[in-house]
Design a protein around this ligand. Structure first.
Ligand SMILES: [Zn+2]
Length: 386
């Protein structure tokens, strides 16, 4: 019998502190992952530059980085320029501290003489740990499983907050956790809750008696096949890959079924952004109404000044032009030069490609493609070609 008898008076504050420290790293992930498009840049962006005030750019002192306390000591303002710092930072840190405590007590049995059986996640089918082994003793199985689940849960926290802010989930919030999920399953081989393949003897007996004893042979086979006990690491890999396929597959199924039911892209990949300056915004709005009537999710962005837009922070730029939406159309009654910065290489630019034609204005507009139909056509082209 293994005793889980760490005194709570040490355990609870320690778990809270650990969760809060990791929570402050989650804050960095939430604010920095969406700043780049590529996974490698997203990951690199987490480490540099060091924490600084987004307004005055000055580096935070080490004590300002203390989770929760740092914000309280500064009274929610930047030490240098006195800009307000969002209370969301300390709130996420504190909430993450609580999450660590809750998950720990749900997964790791505590108290005098507690055994793995007292864990909420206990099932006789799951790995029991080997009391003779130091690495995979019952207490280590419980700890490893908790740590493993925390990695996955924390990436959900990051993905949820970014999704809440910007309606996107960058690869940096999902792919590393997928890799950790599969690798952890393979390396530990004991962090799963139930085996990937098992038989519930009770259910089998019931079916067998209903069928009048036919299929009784099924009952004689072991509930957990031999290879699972023989090769725990391979089995750990099988469990995590199965989870990835089922979990990821569900999302893709929702997308495919949604597309079929709604007759359009259901997960937001099909959105199109129409951008214009001045009077052309009106044209975009008419095109927007036409596209919406057809069930296309469009948005119109009025961009009177590229320079002012460039001076905004990434979160704002992302909220106006989410990087997940690559179908983009620009409309301007001038040369199309410069717009590729915002519509991307595959975007559509409605504009003048030549100068000097004279005719009544209405005909001219039509000649150069400044009609609602032309903008709608460009939008469709952007959606299919992206
Ligand atoms: Zn500042």
């Amino acid at each position: 019998m293994i005793r889980f008898d760490l005194p709570l008076i040490f355990l609870v504050p320690y778990l809270f502190l650990l969760g809060a420290v990791i929570g402050s790293f989650l804050n960095v992930c939430i604010y920095r992952l969406p700043n780049s498009e590529r996974l490698s840049e997203q990951i690199r962006g987490l480490w540099s530059p060091p924490s600084h005030c987004p307004r005055c750019g000055r580096r935070l002192l080490r004590r300002d980085n203390l989770p929760v306390l740092g914000w309280l000591l500064l009274r929610g303002r930047c030490r240098f320029c006195k800009t307000r710092i969002s209370p969301r930072y300390p709130l996420i840190e504190a909430a993450n501290g609580l999450l660590f405590i809750i998950m720990f007590f749900a997964e790791v049995p505590t108290g005098w003489n507690a055994t793995l059986r007292d864990s909420c996640l206990f099932t006789p089918l799951g790995p029991q740990g080997d009391p003779a082994s130091t690495l995979f003793s019952p207490i280590m199985v419980a700890f490893l499983r908790w740590a493993y689940h925390m990695v996955l849960v924390e990436s959900l926290v990051v993905a949820s907050f970014i999704d809440l802010d910007l309606r996107i989930i960058p690869d940096g919030a999902t792919l590393p956790a997928m890799a950790a999920g599969v690798l952890g399953g393979l390396v530990f081989g004991c962090v799963y809750i139930v085996p990937v393949w098992y038989q519930d003897v009770g259910v089998l007996e019931e079916i067998s008696s209903l069928l009048g004893g036919r299929f009784a042979s099924l009952l004689s086979s072991k509930p957990v096949p031999g290879w699972i006990t023989l090769h725990p690491h391979l089995h750990g890999l099988a469990v995590s890959v199965a989870g990835l396929v089922v979990g990821g597959g569900t999302v893709w199924m929702v997308r495919i079924i949604g597309e079929w039911v709604l007759k359009r892209e259901a997960m937001g990949f099909g959105d199109v952004i129409l951008m214009a300056t001045g009077t052309e915004v009106g044209l975009c709005i008419e095109a927007y109404e036409k596209l919406t009537a057809e069930g296309v999710k469009a948005r119109v962005v009025s961009m009177p000044s590229w320079e002012i837009f460039e001076r905004q922070d990434t979160a704002y730029k992302q909220s106006v032009l989410p990087s997940s939406v690559t179908a983009r159309v620009s409309v301007e009654m001038a040369a199309t030069f410069g717009w590729e910065r915002y519509v991307g290489l595959k975007g559509q630019k409605v504009g003048m490609h030549r100068f000097g034609a004279s005719a009544p204005l209405k005909d001219l507009l039509k000649f150069f493609g400044f009609t609602v139909e032309a903008v709608v056509a460009a939008a469709r082209k952007a959606i299919t070609e992206k």
